[in-house]
Design a protein around this ligand. Sequence first.
Ligand code: FE2
Length: 354
Amino acid sequence: MSQDIIFHQLFERETSSYTYLLGDPKTKEAIIIDPVVEMVDRDLKLIDELGLKLKYVLDTHVHADHVTGSGEIRKRRQGVQVCLSSTYQTPCPDVHLNDGQELEFGSIKVKAFSTPGHTEGCMSYLIGNKIFTGDALLNRGCGRTDFQGGSANKLFESVRGKLFELPEETVVYPAHDYKGLSKSSIEIEKKFNPRLNLDIQKEEFINIMDNLNLPDPKKIHEAVPANMLCGMPSKSEHMDTQFVHGVPTVSASEVSKKLGHLKVIDVRTKEEFNNELGHVPASLLATLGDELDVALEQVDKSEEVVFVCRSGMRSANATIMALEKGFSKVYNMEGGMIRWNELNLSVEKDMGGS
Ligand SMILES: [Fe+2]
């Protein structure tokens, strides 16, 4: 019976996000699912009021619309472990979850189901008769599939092939609700979900998802890189670091002072590398795309890496890409080689990089 578990559904208004706190009444061990960084004070206060001992923080996925509170909670509660799908190649979680993996708090079991589609790494968590679906299945809806490795085809398989195979009375608790419905059930969603009810065929669903034309979430540029690091992107130990749209950013003058102690990767083309702007002395050329992918495989993740391009745009994308690959000490050089030249810093031309 549900009285055998402590259960609180918590809400964050700005992004309509749900956070769930669950505890074992006997041992007081607890978990929290999808905390939001701005609400961590509230969540920890409630945990203390209830006398709970937090064991795990579980994120259903790398969110694009808000910054997770997982890293902040781990910092403030010793011994808490952050759990995220192993699909994301980031070193930040303590537990990298695989499909079917189980965790325990007290005598209560959590089973992780891989439910990709909204993002490649989405997980749903089954606890007793409750399924926490993240953005895979919402109350009468589903998460979008147009970024972060999303796929309408995969989402259809995840919902219809996995979630809808659960007992019909299973209660559905999503990561968001925009309609004021706090929960649903597998039975209700099979009947009334306008995108995924049992009368809808896969092609129809893909067509619906391909034509949503939604704007990007407001916080996407800040949230995705931050969430690859459990919501806590790090500042450089050696350089003054700002977060510009969530991207760790350093100035050209900071980089010039620390040359020799950093790896500088120029992500422009070979022609640009040797054009009139030149390049940062001793920088490595690895053009954004496949070439940079390959180059990063050779880079030690404990080293500080600064990305450079012409004006700072491509290098910001390179920084996000590196964060997504699990690098934590990567920075964008603001203003690129244009700024570097404005400051009359020394450049190299027509050498290296090939
Ligand atoms: Fe999401």
